[in-house]
Design a binder for this molecule. Structure first.
Ligand code: SF4
Length: 198
């Protein structure tokens, strides 16, 4: 079973899936994890105190709020822990927190499909249809809405299958074509030739 984070990583660079799930390369300690957890707790406690959910909207005033929701689907072969799930009379709204800046007020592509993967899990776990979700970017305090349409669902399902394929077939994929990503990659020390290959 893969995780929703794998979908995000796959979009960043498919080779990361190979290092993580096929070669089982140990990850170096992540300095950002502790800071991320503190920020996560801080956003969650603010959101618990807030009258409505996320931002002022009469529709969200009476919403039920669920935090750190564990989701799993054997059909999708996917699991993940969603930061925040808003439930109104009419809909379920998944929300993912990000501890960086938005993309000029918009969403980063890998975050979009990560949220879509959570939405698929919410649909299956709560027997519902998710119409929209949000990414909350903490650095610029922006909530970006994503509308879940058939195209996003189709692409997300395809990515989930492709991640599974890398793990099953154990074939090393070609890495990202964007060398800037290698600078921040936790696997760069093991990734021989990544600079020149790109
Ligand atoms: S170093 Fe670059 S090519 Fe290698 S896994 Fe990381 S992002 Fe991908």
């Amino acid at each position: 079973m893969i995780t929703v984070s794998d979908v995000k990583q796959y979009l960043y660079c498919s080779k990361i899936i190979y290092f993580d799930h096929v070669l089982h390369v140990p990850k170096p300690p992540d300095q950002k994890l502790e800071t991320g957890k503190e920020l996560h707790d801080s956003i969650t406690s603010k959101e618990k105190r807030r009258k409505g959910a996320l931002f002022y909207d009469p529709e969200l005033d009476q919403a039920e709020k669920m935090f750190r929701v564990a989701l799993e689907s054997s059909t999708l072969g996917l699991r993940g822990i969603l930061d925040y799930l808003v439930k109104t009379e009419r809909e379920f709204i998944p929300v993912d927190y990000k501890f960086g800046f938005s993309h000029n007020g918009g969403i980063h592509l890998n975050h979009k499909y990560q949220l879509a993967a959570y939405a698929l899990l919410v649909e299956e776990n709560f027997k519902t249809i998710v119409k929209r979700g949000f990414i909350h970017y903490s650095k610029d305090r922006v909530n970006v809405q994503i509308d879940l349409d058939d195209e996003i669902r189709r692409r997300t399902l395809k990515m989930i299958r492709e991640v599974g394929q890398i793990i099953e077939e154990e074939v090393e994929p070609v890495g990202t074509k964007n060398p800037g990503r290698c600078t921040d990659c936790e696997y760069s020390r093991y990734c021989v030739g990544h600079q020149s290959d790109d």
